[in-house]
Design a protein around this ligand. Structure first.
Ligand code: FMN
Length: 253
């Protein structure tokens, strides 16, 4: 298996680069790693009838690897310009367009990725304000359109006076790097899980209200109306909060 690190940062030896290097260092042999520093590549968007040769070369590298590690600092509350420009230029290669301009996964479908970002904002500020959310969200949106599957994300907050990635973070990077070669398969059970959750809520609510009814805490005339509305409202709220914590909320510390 081949792991490809892609760095879109102003500094080739900065903290984001160190995070990426530690992830790649954790990849066990005989699996191989490669690193692309985007500043070294003079790519431009493809023109009609003229494909950009540098993008061709980068496309080959992306195609020949199994897992991409996308590393870019957070600039102005979003993904670094170099990484964003790279992903923008790659748009026509990452996705296939239908007749109505809709995008569909193409050649990169079912590859995997890990995203990394860093920011000056401290752990607490990032946890509360989600400074790095924009960077992760941009990567996730593009990878999702391309059908590339997310493995995990790594964040390094509090970089203002930092010279080197702290030992604990380095260890976390290496640990994640070692797991990249056992990447999970695409999880297509989301709908099944929500249906299971609905059934669990319905059964538990029925048992709870049954007990309340036995102790004369609710009346038989109201039972089914209260039961149906409770199950519906409780399920929607529970599903929303689960969706927020498992899908929307990004790693912030
Ligand atoms: C143009 C620019 C914009 C930045 N914007 C933010 C920001 O909005 N919030 C933040 O916390 N840090 C911001 N930073 C700090 C970077 O996120 C921080 O320097 C990064 O961790 C450095 O990564 P590096 O060592 O790999 O270069 C900015 C830095 C630059 C150069």
């Amino acid at each position: 298996m081949k792991i490809l690190g892609i760095l879109g940062a102003h500094r080739k030896d900065g903290l984001t680069a160190q995070m990426l290097a530690n992830v790649l260092a954790g990849v066990p042999a005989p699996h191989t790693t490669e690193m692309i520093y985007l500043e070294d590549y003079d790519f431009h968007p493809d023109q009609v009838g003229k494909r950009d040769p540098v993008l061709d070369q980068l496309t080959d590298q992306l195609l020949s690897s199994d897992v991409w590690v996308l590393a870019a600092p957070t600039y102005w509350g979003g993904l670094s310009g170099r990484m964003k420009d790279f992903l923008d230029c790659m748009r026509g290669r990452l996705v296939r367009f239908d007749h109505q301009g809709g995008t569909h996964p193409d050649r990169f479908e079912n590859k995997h990725y890990l995203s990394i970002t860093s920011c000056y904002a401290g752990k607490l500020e990032n946890f509360v304000a989600g400074i790095t959310d924009g960077s992760f969200r941009t990567i996730d949106k593009i990878m999702s359109a391309a059908g590339v599957i997310k493995i995990n994300e790594l964040v390094l907050p509090g970089t203002l006076f930092m010279k080197q990635v702290p030992a604990a973070k380095q260890a976390e990077c290496k640990r994640l790097g070692s797991k990249l070669v056992t990447k999970p398969k695409r999880d297509d059970n989301t709908m099944k899980r929500y249906i299971e959750l609905f059934c669990m809520v319905a059964v538990m609510a029925f048992l709870t209200m049954g007990i309340q009814f036995l102790f004369h805490l609710i009346y038989a005339s109201d039972f089914w109306l209260i039961y149906a509305s409770f199950v519906l409202i409780f399920f929607v709220l529970l599903a929303s909060i689960l969706h927020f914590f498992t899908v929307v909320k990004h790693r912030r510390r």
